[in-house]
Design a protein around this ligand. Sequence first.
Ligand code: NAD
Length: 479
Amino acid sequence: MNIKNYINGNFHNPSSNEWIDNFCPANGDIYGQIPNSSKADVENAYIAAKSAFPSWSRTTLEERSRILLKISEGIEANLDKLAKAESQDNGKPISLAKAIDIPRASSNFRFFANAITQFASESHESVGMNAINYTLRQSIGVVGCISPWNLPLYLFTWKIAPAIAAGNCVVAKPSEVTPMTAYLLGEICNEAGLPKGVLNIVHGLGTSTGQAIIEHPDIKAISFTGGTATGAHIARTAAPMFKKLSLELGGKNPNIIFADCDYDDMLKTTVKSSFANQGQICLCGSRIFVEASIYEKFKTDFVKKVKQLKVGHPSKNDTNIGALVSKPHLEKVMDYIKIAKEENGKILCGGNQVTVTGFENGYYLEPTVIEVPTDECRVNQEEIFGPVVTIMPFKTEDDVLQMANKVKYGLSATLWTNDLKRTMRMSHQIQAGIVWVNTWLMRDLRTPFGGMKASGVGREGGFEALRFFTEPKNVCIKY
Ligand code: NAD
């Protein structure tokens, strides 16, 4: 199936008529093609967005909210179709796409449809000066949204929904590796009555299509989720043009387990936080630190549970681990397993490719647990972004805090303990944008979401996203 660009409410082939193959990770087949969009296509998308902006930015909040709710309902109504498309495109189990990815894409629109009706700005009375200041929060204009392949529609809509709720018009690019659900979103937006040009979706490679978006002189803000190296490149390109930037980047998140935790709950959740979505979630707890007194017990129990995970075709309901997203990504993850061995890591389970009968060319890998001799080895420091976790014991709270913080990333952290004082001490000192205590990936969409250090700049979520997608202007009136 050929995907098209969605520009000004219509579907278009790329102007160059150049196409990129789209692979199905579950069997390695090419099952469609996507536009290899050029600068000219991005320009067309920009022109459509620019012409839609004056009217959309003046559309009442009630009307914007009504349309966003309709998009949310449209996503819900197409749950099965979108989940199937997401699973086929990405390799993730269909059960996951149905339970998490697509419902969350719908929630993103519903959340921002409501949030925009509650978004308020400040006023400051300048006492003794007979003046009042108020802050206008104005739509920015045309903004760019660029998203990765791991949670395709989930993250694509996480950016688009607040951008258009705040009155902007958007030029968006999903990952070229997983373009399908973004393509299907176009039709849903048309059916929901989103005016032409408010959202424009161009497909293509990061280095050409994405590059044309970030260097476009009149696309004034960029919301990007993806790898840290790409984020650094975007920052270098956009900084001299003084664009507003929100960068949600990579992670290497610690999962810190103290002996006083609720053990069964911790064990069950740790399997999830290690391997959900084949470990391809920026928030996965890929470095597991366990208090020495329960280390051996944890090791045995964890490995036993991980071995029970079923690697299989994503369309099967009993599949726990589907296919990795692409062949190059599978090779990258396999390379890290090799590196772990070279660094004297001990593979406690997994480490090998899996052949799924009937789908021999799919990109399957066993969930892998590596016991590492030191926290400084490469597999403990670098983002692998696959079904691979490291484990090692720790003795004291100070030791584990140091190890947790001794990476370049700072996205999220998980703590397992029932000691309130320790919870407070640790969560205040951990260098991460998000700390989960006795849970993982529990999301309330009102909370600030994002990372520190090499995990990014800025926060999304709730009013933070609406602040990002608006320009504050102070108006001072003397009376
Ligand atoms: P990536 O950086 O390769 O690509 C992300 C997007 O950027 C894609 O759409 C790509 O086409 C585009 N892109 C690439 N080069 C570009 C350029 N020069 N200009 C403009 N756009 C360009 O990342 P990926 O491999 O798709 O995703 C995996 C990464 O995303 C991991 O590092 C993961 O941790 C991170 N991630 C972070 C979060 C978060 O919220 N912090 C969430 C999910 C994924």
